[in-house]
Design a protein around this ligand. Sequence first.
Ligand code: ADP
Length: 278
Amino acid sequence: IRDDQGRVARLQTSSRDVSERKAAEEALEEAARAKTAFLADVSHELRTPLTVIRGNAEVGLQLRSDCVHKEGLEEIVREAGRVSRMVEDLLFLARSDSSKLPPAAPFVSEPVSVAPFLDELVHRAELLAREHGAVVDATREGDAEGILRVDHIRIEQAVLALVDNAAKYGPAGGTISLNAGLVARGDGPTELRIEVADRGPGIPEKELPHVFERFYRAGRSRDLGANGGGTGLGLSISKTIVEAQGGRIEARSRLGEGTRMTLYLPLTDDETTPPESP
Ligand code: ADP
């Protein structure tokens, strides 16, 4: 508030300023809490494999003989692999979050023909499923023609993470359905829908909204601990990749019946001729 000569006479804070400041403070506090929780998760997840590595190395040293403790070494290699996978994943997510860190490999956005892209995807999914002793039942609705403008290698990575989960959590030797088709969405662009479904144990309803969170491991997989193979980062990476390219992922699941992950990507009207292969 100014006096007759235009000098500042009194400062007054409006209640709107106060409530805005309060909201900003609360947002900062929430961000700080999330950061602390994230650091606690990272430390916890890294501690388990590091304990195994250290324990095996110490046992090896105490053996006081030249004979190599093969099992111990194998465990060291496996757990060290797990640590480096986790660090890679964390770096990917940190880079996606931060505008200050340079992206490891920025997303490329190029025209990709849907049909050959799906052919290649099915082929890779079959190879991956086979590694887990599972099989893929691939189906396509309609002719699934169109063009995406995406980084097809990253999208493939996102879908294969879903296939990997379906194989990992589904019944041994089970069948994974990989279904694709186009969906028209009102006024919006037509979308490519890719669905990965299994007949595994499913995810409890209460936990389903959390499975895309970092380090979240639902139901029984949480109890599997380090030996369960997963890090709880796979789905959050898939979601980051898909959303960065204008798409989305939805999860549906029924306990005891199975899980269905659906990914949507908008087709482009861009007429640029796509390359021959994806
Ligand atoms: P993880 O490395 O543990 O597999 P993800 O981020 O890929 O991490 O998945 C998070 C959690 O969601 C998993 O730990 C598991 O509990 C649950 N989940 C994901 N996919 C499936 C599935 N197909 N069937 C059952 N549970 C699943």
